[in-house]
Design a binder for this molecule. Structure first.
Ligand code: DQA
Length: 147
């Protein structure tokens, strides 16, 4: 199986961005850890990070055209605002897990709403960067069960 790992705006700053909230692991380190786990689980990953909505849409559309099996998506701030991201996920029907490093429900009220959560296969929030690994295991498990 092939999965897209899609990270939204400002997640390229992981490691230095608000470390008290997001920790000190860089996005490159997150990606390396995911690649190691993917090899164990016999999966392959495409990593994309985008600071704009259009790039995120393009990555999802490309994964769908390439017949990818699913996605791990941390849409960052766009989680709370983006109708177009929701629409492209509905249009492509790409199964995905929504990931947040921080516990969005313990933060400002504008972060409590997600436009993606109800169309996701699952949501992981507040477990730090290990949430990405759990999402990968969870999505692989869900999709293998469905087969
Ligand atoms: C985030 C939470 C969002 O509210 C925020 O805008 C981010 C990161 C997280 O991973 O905790 O950029 O998605």
């Amino acid at each position: 199986m092939r999965f897209l790992v899609l990270n939204g705006p400002n997640l390229d700053l992981l490691g230095t961005r608000e470390p008290e909230t997001y920790g000190s692991t860089t996005l490159a380190e997150v990606g390396q850890g995911l690649d190691a786990l993917a090899a164990q689980l016999d999966l392959s990953l495409r990593h994309v990070q985008c600071n704009d909505e259009g790039g995120m849409l393009a990555a999802i559309r490309q994964a769908s055209r390439d017949d990818f099996d699913g996605a791990i998506i941390n849409a960052a701030g766009f989680t709370h605002t983006s109708v177009v991201l929701r629409d492209v996920l509905l249009a492509t029907q790409l199964p995905f897990i929504e990931v947040h490093i921080s516990n969005v429900h313990a933060r400002e009220s504008f972060r409590h709403r997600s436009l993606l959560a109800d169309v996701a296969s699952g949501v992981i929030t507040g477990l730090g960067v290990v949430g990405y690994q759990l999402a990968l295991r969870g999505l692989a498990h869900q999709l293998r069960e469905r087969r």
